[in-house]
Design a protein around this ligand. Structure first.
Ligand SMILES: [Zn+2]
Length: 380
């Protein structure tokens, strides 16, 4: 994830999650699963939008009316080269409108009347000459949502109800990520494969709503807040509010750590090699969200873009020290030095400044790999 280049999150005039007491979306208990929402929950969401000034009934009505209008269902066909070639320019519009009037007016897949588009039954890609797909018996009506989720780029097609574009706002308003990083991670575990920039763009809504009066959203003020750090049995590291209750299986590794500090650790891989990692607190995922059937630490992951050229799907892999042995760890302030203690004092050990590390990890130099090494902090 290109998270080193993310824009600054919390700004002075913005509310924090604690200050934003109005929630514009119902509390659900379903986690990251919009497909399990009932009609009542969707209704609650929309009523809440109106009550909190996110949108007015008039605006919503205008949107729906616009999407009921089957604009382009006929003209898009009549203007296509394949139709003009087959039926002749003068006849196409009449043939197309005869076809349109004879339809049910509902999406072939889901029955929706909104945002209908003319779509091929047998896609153009199945024809040697793509324009041969353009004949009236080969057309059907499908809503834009169903059209989009059928595309190969929508990897969770069918598993979720919303398109990525809608889900961006649903995740933001319902799950309420506290940081942009967590928002991006939520989108990834939801199944979105688009570039980070789409989430950065959507995150503008968080900034706008957190400056609303009264605030309708809260963005974490990491630099001026402290956290407890948790270690989960499988090795995930997450943060929570100081003193918050934790599940039995989690271990409170550090208490009351300032958000401008970093968690630095050495982990040993299967091959016995030692890697140094540095996680700024503000980068560490929260385990405070309702993720439904997913574990609370589900955001402690890294995302790799799918490789469409080679047909490799997106990958979501757990962050270190998952799968490694956590051998030594410290918490450091921005002006403190991270030191490596090498070998025991009895054996003539030494002490040296640790190499610079990031969340991607840095292998310790070869000369340190075969010795006992642990971390220490030197005050500024
Ligand atoms: Zn549909």
């Amino acid at each position: 994830m290109s998270d080193d280049l993310l824009p600054k999150d919390h700004r002075l005039d913005e509310a924090t999650p604690q200050e934003a007491t109005i929630t514009v979306a119902p509390e659900t208990g379903f986690g990251l699963h919009d497909s399990e929402w009932s009609e009542d929950q969707w209704s609650e969401l929309i009523v809440s939008f109106v009550e909190n000034g996110m949108a007015s009934w008039r605006e919503l009505a205008a949107l729906i009316l616009g999407h009921l209008n089957p604009s382009q269902t006929g003209t898009s066909l009549a203007s296509s080269e394949g139709f003009k070639r087959r039926y002749g320019k003068g006849n196409t519009m009449r043939i197309v409108m005869d076809w349109a009037y004879a339809q049910t007016g509902q999406c072939e897949d889901c029955g929706s009347r909104l945002e209908l588009q003319a779509d091929h039954v047998e896609g153009r890609e199945l024809f040697e000459d793509p324009l041969d797909a353009d004949y009236i018996e080969n057309m059907t009506l499908r809503c834009r949502r169903c059209n989009v989720v059928r595309r190969p780029s929508h990897e969770l097609g069918g598993q979720t109800f919303l398109t990525a574009e809608s889900a961006l706002m649903w995740i933001l308003l319902v799950i309420k990520p506290r940081t942009l990083m967590d928002f991006i991670r939520l989108c990834r575990i939801y199944g979105m494969t688009m570039a980070d920039i789409r989430m950065q763009e959507a995150w503008a809504m968080a900034h706008w709503l957190s400056r609303n009066e009264p605030p309708l959203y809260g963005i974490e003020d990491d630099e001026n807040t402290s956290y407890d750090l948790l270690l989960w049995p499988t090795g995930e590291i997450t943060r929570i509010d100081v003193g918050a209750d934790i599940p039995n299986e989690a271990e409170r590794l550090y208490q009351n750590v300032r958000g401008d500090h970093s968690f630095v650790f050495l982990a040993v891989g299967d091959d016995g090699r030692k890697t140094l990692f540095k996680y700024p607190l503000s980068w560490i995922a929260f385990s405070t969200y309702d993720l439904g059937q997913m574990p609370p630490y589900a955001l402690a992951v890294r995302y790799t873009q799918p490789d469409r050229k080679n047909g490799a799907p997106q990958r979501i892999t757990p962050l270190a020290p998952v799968g490694m042995e956590l051998s030594s760890h410290v918490v450091v302030a921005p002006d403190e030095k991270i030191m490596l203690e090498i070998g025991g004092t009895l054996l003539g050990g030494s002490r040296t400044e640790a190499p610079a590390a990031t969340h991607n990890g840095k292998l310790l130099p070869a000369k340190h790999q075969k010795r006992d090494v642990w971390l220490d902090v030197e005050p500024a």
